[in-house]
Design a protein around this ligand. Structure first.
Ligand SMILES: O=C(O)[C@H](O)[C@@H](O)[C@H](O)[C@H](O)COP(=O)(O)O
Length: 319
């Protein structure tokens, strides 16, 4: 299998990831997306990872808990965004080793925004050399419906900052079909996910019936949005679709596709990566456990598996 792929560095253009419409047309033409997946291993839960603090200046969890009596056991507060990037790399590499070992594939969902920059330590030693990138399958939790070489494209953001630097087979990078409308691109992406479920690359949750990604690496907006699921938007209540479209995103550009909450919350692992003082108030609300008023989208993130927060001390300042 290892000899049958070519790496991203061999691509002649930036726009040659596999598109789901390609998968749908000829799923057997691309041997790269077939792995010896042991479906009996589903559902998988990664055991709790102990992440050591690499800085002495973070606020200890015990202090946070004493202050508010909340359980912050799944919250890592790091001294700086640089430390967040280190810990995120360690977390992702551990999960990669686990899932590759368990089932020969690792399904990773990324958001846009600052998250991609926070993945930069993964493309440096030791991780760039130790991770089995050939087993990675990369998806987007949301995407702006623009050409892949457009400055607003989450694909371009991830390609420039991450994907172009590691040997993930291009056939394992699932970009949207940018020639379609937002609605068409969402349908196409959902159909592609269903195809990957059939081939066992993508697990499904026996509880929810929705796809169960191994990990989602997500950012959060200063208004508490995740993916392209914005406060007060009717899409927060979507309960059937896996992927849907939005034409009135309050964060530009307005036309996007997004995973729905049932998919997000079927994940085996979710990392919420949040840095900067501009997000401190929402972090406080999100971790307060107060669900009395309208819930912010980030408060609706509640995966079947593990949820881990990676905060820098600015984002954690109000805890
Ligand atoms: O395409 C998008 O707009 C993103 O996927 C979005 O959900 C992002 O993750 C948050 O807005 C946080 O972005 P920042 O980390 O840049 O604030």
């Amino acid at each position: 299998m290892a000899s049958s792929f070519h790496t991203l560095s061999h691509l002649t253009t930036k726009t040659t990831p596999i598109r789901f419409s390609q998968i749908n047309q000829s799923p057997l033409k691309n041997p790269l997306i077939y792995f010896p997946v042991k479906s009996s291993n589903f559902p998988l839960r990664f055991p709790a990872i102990s992440i050591s603090k690499s800085s002495l200046n973070f606020t200890p969890k015990s202090a946070l808990m004493a202050k508010s009596e909340k359980d912050y056991s799944n919250v890592d507060v790091l001294d700086s965004e640089e430390q967040v990037a280190f810990e995120l790399a360690k977390f992702s590499a551990n999960l990669s080793d686990y899932f590759v070992n368990e089932r020969g594939a690792f399904t990773v969902v990324v958001s846009g925004g600052s998250l991609i920059k926070s993945l930069r330590k993964l493309v440096e030693p030791p991780y760039v050399d130790s991770i089995d990138w050939t087993k990675w399958h990369v998806f987007w939790v949301d995407e702006r419906v623009v050409p892949k070489d457009h400055p607003d494209s989450n694909y371009k953001l991830a390609y420039d900052g991450f994907l172009s630097k590691v040997p993930i087979p291009p056939g394992n990078v699932y970009a949207i079909n940018d020639s379609l409308s937002a609605e068409g691109a969402a349908d196409d992406y959902e159909a592609g996910l269903k195809q990957l479920v059939k081939t066992n690359i993508l697990a499904t949750s026996p509880t929810s019936g929705f796809p169960k990604f191994d990990v989602m690496l997500l950012g959060m907006g200063p208004d508490g949005h995740v993916a392209s699921l914005f406060p007060g938007h009717p899409l927060l209540k979507e309960s059937q679709r896996w992927v849907t479209s939005i034409n009135d995103s309050p964060k530009p550009p307005p036309e996007r596709i997004t995973f729905t909450f049932p998919v997000i919350n079927s994940s085996a692992n979710i990392a919420l990566v949040v840095c900067g003082s501009g997000k401190a108030a929402v972090v406080k609300t999100a971790l307060s456990g107060d669900q009395s008023s309208d819930m912010l989208p980030v408060q609706m993130v509640s995966p079947e598996g593990e949820l881990k927060w990676f905060l820098d001390k600015e984002a954690a300042a109000m805890l």
